[in-house]
Design a protein around this ligand. Structure first.
Ligand code: HEC
Ligand code: HEC
Ligand code: HEC
Length: 105
């Protein structure tokens, strides 16, 4: 039952966002500032629209909000945390390489 409630809440959010002008999908573009390696921009639009992922693939198991960001290291990602849950060379390109695909600036 709690799970059902969570899913319908998430759907309500999606519906709201899709019908309210459609300018922003989910949390929009999220920029992680990384000293030395270049900043990383996560695109909700690409992940949700182009790769057809659901909000519940990431929320709240992997990510919360920017304010409640849980900082992770690349080592933790390589062990499957955060982005590394998918970016493991199977579901998506691996965090063990491909640095510039994420660290663009
Ligand atoms: C592939 C993973 C992924 C998917 C799928 C996803 N999100 Fe997110 N979302 C994130 C990440 C990463 C953040 C940033 C969290 C952080 O900084 O720790 C975030 C943050 C957010 C935020 C907070 C933004 C802010 O400014 O703090 C909202 C709202 C949000 N997402 C809504 C959604 C909704 C609604 C969906 C489905 C349409 C969705 N997300 C799908 C990964 C995802
Ligand atoms: C799937 C996207 C992605 C890929 C690929 C990736 N990174 Fe990252 N990296 C991130 C994100 C997001 C953060 C910020 C994490 C945080 O602040 O919580 C980060 C943080 C870092 C940090 C600071 C934290 C730490 O571990 O010291 C360094 C350095 C870094 N990345 C280097 C690299 C290198 C080198 C590569 C290639 C071998 C790489 N990254 C590949 C997304 C990625
Ligand atoms: C639920 C699974 C999932 C999670 C979690 C996830 N990604 Fe992805 N990501 C994908 C898939 C699937 C693709 C497309 C396939 C590919 O490019 O290998 C992709 C593609 C990308 C791309 C290339 C296209 C683009 O959008 O620019 C970047 C960059 C990227 N992800 C960054 C991130 C970062 C940064 C995080 C963590 C904050 C993250 N992803 C978390 C599944 C995920």
């Amino acid at each position: 039952m709690p799970r059902l409630v969570t899913i319908s809440l998430a759907s309500a959010v999606v519906l709201f966002l899709l019908t309210s002008g459609g300018a922003r999908i989910g949390g929009g573009d999220i920029t992680f500032k990384v000293k030395g390696a270049g900043n990383v921009t996560f695109s909700h639009e690409n992940h949700v629209v182009n790769y057809e992922l659901r909000c519940t693939h990431c929320h709240d198991s992997l990510f919360l909000t920017r304010a409640k960001h849980r900082k992770v290291t690349m080592k933790q990602m390589q062990q499957g945390q955060s982005c590394g849950a998918c970016h493991n060379g199977k579901r998506a390109f691996s965090v063990k390489g491909n640095c510039v695909l994420c660290h663009t600036r």
